[in-house]
Design a protein around this ligand. Structure first.
Ligand SMILES: Cc1cc2nc3c(=O)[nH]c(=O)nc-3n(C[C@H](O)[C@H](O)[C@H](O)COP(=O)(O)O)c2cc1C
Length: 345
């Protein structure tokens, strides 16, 4: 069973992937959602969304957008860069995204419209040409020997508040009909956001439903997995899943995948891990993004210490990367016993 880093806007960029990789990595890394329209118009920061390090062959591009045509063209572009797959975000509930017609809005539109968008993206992924920045050896191979086309997938929720099993599974029928190869289910409704526990039994129902129809579409479970015990429990609920996807816990603990695999070190140096993240951020992101990316990361990462709120406030108000480094070091100078976090075997 695969362990997968979830897509998280402003969080799952190369610096965070390097942190995860530093503890042994995971099986696939979803990028943060990439705005299809903006990617195509080629803004000054778009190149940063196309970083693939540190494990380019494990990248899954996640796209968001309200326009079918832009999504298809962006899919062709990212698929040309390489990686494992291209995913369409159909679960984001942020009001501005939904209002624009993207994210979960695709679960609420007439099926014909959503199916047409998905078919366009699938064709684009299948037809993508290798880009100039693919390794020359790959491009030189005869077409038949080149890497297979990237996988085409979607990430969804259960739907809107009035969702019913019938409606959910007829939506799944539509997805399968478009040639989707993998479905990640975050089993909450639009309004539930993160308030109620995810209904993981729906992941099992989805596996059973597809299995009963002889479908080979893969299912990935996402929601509230944060350590080995919760991963085990999730897997017991839905043993036919192909993978477990982790979002917030991977920011709090970039070692969470190692923890689940039983390969984490006995103790984690919280200072060194935090400093390394800041160094990687400086290398992988433009200065204009430092502040928001630092804030997002340390909002979660600070949970590792006793005075989390104090550390968070200190770091969120640090004016520069150096200021952030100094404040992080100062915290562990004051609380040296907190620097090393023990990982339960
Ligand atoms: C800060 C933040 C940003 C997110 N951005 C995205 C995104 O870009 N695309 C997406 O499909 N889901 C996004 N999500 C949802 C997560 O991928 C995931 O579905 C959700 O957090 C539940 O998983 P978890 O319980 O492991 O955190 C985001 C979640 C958070 C907290």
């Amino acid at each position: 069973m695969k362990l997968i880093l979830a897509p998280m806007a402003t969080l799952t960029h190369e610096a965070l992937r390097r942190s995860v990789f530093g503890f042994g990595g995971c099986d696939e890394y979803f990028t943060e959602m990439i705005q299809a329209g903006t990617l195509l118009t080629g803004g000054p920061f778009e190149k940063y969304y196309l970083h693939t390090g540190p494990e380019p062959d494990k990248i899954v591009w996640q796209l968001t957008g309200a326009k079918a045509d832009a999504l298809a063209r962006a899919a062709e572009l990212v698929a040309g860069v390489g990686g494992v797959g291209v995913d369409v975000n159909m679960g984001c509930c942020a009001p501005e995204i939904v209002k624009s017609g993207a994210g979960i809005a695709w679960m609420l539109k007439p099926y014909a419209e959503t199916a047409a968008m998905l078919e366009g993206v699938r064709r684009a992924v299948e037809n993508a040409k290798p880009a100039a920045n693919r390794p020359a050896e790959e491009n030189a191979k005869p077409a038949a020997n080149r890497r297979a086309a990237l996988r085409f997938s979607v990430k969804i929720r259960l739907g809107d508040e009035d969702f019913t099993d019938d409606r959910f599974f007829s939506f799944i029928d539509m997805l399968v009909g478009t040639g989707v190869r993998q479905i990640t289910l975050h089993p909450r409704t639009r309004k539930e956001r993160y308030r109620t526990p995810p209904r993981l039994e729906y992941v099992r129902k989805l596996c059973d439903y597809l299995n009963a129809r002889g479908s080979d579409v893969k299912v990935v479970l996402n929601g509230a997995v944060c350590d080995a015990a919760s991963a085990r429990k999730a897997y017991e609920i839905a043993p036919a899943v192909d993978g477990i996807m982790i979002a917030r816990a991977a920011i709090r603990k970039p070692w969470v995948f190692a923890e689940i695999k039983g390969t984490a070190p006995e103790k984690i140096d919280l200072l060194q891990t935090g400093l390394q993240f800041i160094d990687d951020l400086a290398e992988c992101q433009p200065p204009e993004f430092y502040k928001t990316r630092l804030q997002r990361f340390f909002t979660y990462y600070s949970d590792n210490v006793q005075f989390a709120q104090y550390l968070r406030t200190q770091l969120l108000n640090a004016p520069t990367l150096d200021g952030c480094r100094e404040r992080l070091a100062a915290y562990f100078d004051q609380c040296p016993h907190e620097r090393y976090k023990k990982i339960a075997p």
